[in-house]
Design a protein around this ligand. Structure first.
Ligand code: M6R
Length: 610
């Protein structure tokens, strides 16, 4: 949420900053800005509402150059989307600041700063960072000490980069609650909120830890921990592909990511699944012994990752005989909960930086869970670093705001966790074989299912003028219906709700008419006949249905029902397979509606603020 890039070099850093912003734009895209400083002291700040391209044109018009610079792409939290609220924010024409996160006590700080004679010119919390640093410069005597003094006054979350117009030889960065990475160059150094921004210029990174403040010059990086002690942090060589951020010939990242699913699911399984179960040690050193004692699983996540958790609950209880609760992180973190004996806490997150999930993990650590596992896609993320165990989903960079391949790889991971836990909890041989066989066929089933794209595209035409829709599923397909509804509302702006179809007659049936498309996921499982009864309830009330059904489920198209036959697959992997038509449906509806598929309005990838 929001993106930060900074650079200090001998060369002109404008293009490095702009390319970094382009690579981070999916994280926030309502406005963008840069502050540039030359070795000769020339300073230029340019900000624009809208996409990074608007900013790039403005800088180009002004022939902007700088040897040092900080840049930001914004997802508004405090203050509307205006040029004045765009970062960088400045104090007394001297201190420039970019910031991710929220300074929660900004109102108190404003009062204090006003009393000291600072005028507050924006609606943002970030402006208070700039003034606070400026106010401490005289008493502390250095920019580093002023930032160290300032962060003691902040409550909330920040990843921030501070530049002093009077000193082009250094940038100061600070991290608490919002990630920052330092990219190491030769005679030049860089900063970003995500390594992805810096892959064109370096592969060597230092990840700052909570509470760190660092001074970055062209030739040095000096890091201090929260106690003010100088510390060394590991230098990590990144293996992420430089092209990870390219669309690879597809019209949208989302479409590219949908079509990557056979490959990334194959990667997720690679070296982890044998013919007789999961390979020993895949959850990390010492995990075997720990998993053997797990009696309960508590899953915490948000959004799409929460839907993966809801699906996992069906599997863990049905196949592995392990009880499981699933909760939205923002709820879990603010209520008193009871910890079951021998309970494993599992967080799920694509980014590993979702603020609520991270806060829930930190809270859970105090509550007495036996251990924590994260199922995550970003190796360098806070969730991975702060969890006892991490299971990487290997989905590769996901840029589209609507999560697709992250979800199916999370589900793949949970089928493996189900096998691992089932091993110690009396899983039947038959269930075990169903999961193993299902996982072995999964990549090819996904490929087969993606070949339905053309018929789903045709179907999507009928949705583009609709304002509401209902998604139905039963059992482990209920969370898949929820995920389908989330995808549709997120990128097509059509109101979509999901129901467990047994709930229909308890209220939602009142909504049914021919203006409310009803989307049904119908694999050929033990609940099929029940689902068929629910379909008849909708038909009897004049509803129009779009049914994604197993090829053997004996649904046929007529004037009230459009049926798309989904390749037959075994029960264990059906939730993954049925996700695909729903992803394609939302994509094509959004395409027809002409929305911004990869960067839907009001949203951002990676929600790093509360
Ligand atoms: O990075 P995370 O998986 O923790 O993100 C959680 C949600 O913000 C995310 O899944 C969101 O719901 C997606 N935009 C849905 O497509």
């Amino acid at each position: 949420m929001c993106g930060i890039v900074g650079a200090i070099a001998e060369r002109n850093v404008v293009e490095i900053l702009l390319e970094g912003l382009r690579r981070l734009e999916y994280r926030g895209y309502d406005s963008a800005g840069v502050a540039l400083l030359n070795n000769d002291g020339a300073y230029n700040r340019v900000r624009r509402t809208g996409k990074v391209q608007e900013l790039a044109s403005a800088i180009n018009d002004q022939n902007g150059v700088g040897n040092v610079g900080i840049a930001h792409t914004r997802w508004a939290t405090h203050g509307g989307v205006t040029e004045n609220n765009a970062h960088p924010h400045v104090s007394k024409d001297r201190i420039s600041v970019v910031h991710n996160g929220i300074i929660e006590n900004y109102q108190d700080l404003r009062t204090e700063l006003k009393a000291q004679g600072y005028s507050i010119d924006t609606d943002t919390d970030t402006e208070t960072i700039a003034h606070t640093v400026h106010s401490l410069l005289p008493s502390t005597g250095s920019l580093l000490a002023a930032v160290q003094g300032s962060v003691k006054k902040f409550h909330g979350a920040y990843g921030t980069v501070v530049m002093d117009r009077e000193d082009p030889s250094r940038l100061i960065v600070a991290r608490s609650g919002s990630p920052l990475v330092i990219g190491l160059g030769i005679g030049e150094n860089f900063i970003a909120s995500d390594q992805m921004a810096l892959l064109p210029v370096t592969r060597r990174f230092i990840y700052l830890e909570e509470g760190d403040v660092a001074e970055i010059t062209r030739r040095s990086v000096t890091i201090y921990n929260a106690a003010g002690e100088q510390v060394e942090r590991d230098v990590v060589e990144s293996t992420v592909s430089h092209d990870a951020g390219d669309k690879g010939g597809y019209r949208h990242y989302m479409l590219k990511e949908i079509y990557e699913q056979p490959t990334v699911v194959r990667n997720a399984l690679q070296g982890r699944l044998a013919d007789n179960g999961v390979v020993a040690g895949i959850f990390g050193e010492g995990a075997e012994a720990l998993l053997a004692n797990v009696q309960h699983v508590q899953i915490i996540a948000c959004g799409t990752s929460y839907h993966a958790g809801m699906t996992a609950r069906y599997w863990l209880e049905q196949y592995a005989n392990v009880s499981c609760n699933v909760e939205i992180a923002s709820e879990f973190r603010y209520r008193k909960s009871v910890v079951h004996p021998n309970s494993l806490l599992v967080t799920i997150s694509q980014s590993g930086e979702t603020a609520d999930t991270l806060a829930a993990l930190r809270l859970a650590k105090e509550l007495g869970y036996m251990s924590s596992l994260t199922v995550c896609n970003v190796e360098s993320s806070s969730l991975v670093r702060e969890s006892d165990m991490a299971f990487m989903t290997r989905a590769g960079a996901e840029i589209g705001v609507a999560s697709t391949k992250a979800f199916t790889t999370q589900l793949t991971a949970f089928l493996m966790l189900t096998l691992a836990l089932g091993e110690h909890n009396g899983m039947t041989g038959e269930d075990k074989q169903t999961i193993i066989d299902g996982l072995h066929t999964l990549p090819s089933k996904i490929e087969e299912t993606l070949s339905l794209a053309k018929s789903i595209e045709d179907l999507a035409e009928e949705f583009s003028d609709k304002h509401h829709s209902l998604f139905l599923g039963r059992g482990e397909q209920y969370p898949i219906a929820m995920e389908g509804a989330l995808k549709l509302k997120e990128i097509s702006y059509i109101h979509a709700e999901a129901y467990a179809s047994g709930e229909l007659k308890h209220g939602p049936l009142a909504l049914i008419d021919d203006e409310m498309p009803v989307i049904v996921v119908a694999p050929n499982n033990e609940l099929l006949e029940k689902l068929k009864s629910n379909v008849e309830e909708v038909r009897a009330r004049g509803g129009i249905m779009y049914v994604f059904a197993d090829s053997n489920a004996q649904f046929s198209s007529d004037e009230t029902m459009r049926v798309v036959a989904v390749p037959h697959c075994n029960d264990a992997i059906a939730p993954i397979v049925y996700t695909l038509p729903l992803q394609l449906l939302s994509y094509f509806v959004a395409l027809i509606k002409g929305t911004d598929v990869d960067q839907p309005r009001n949203l951002a990838k990676s929600v790093t603020v509360e």
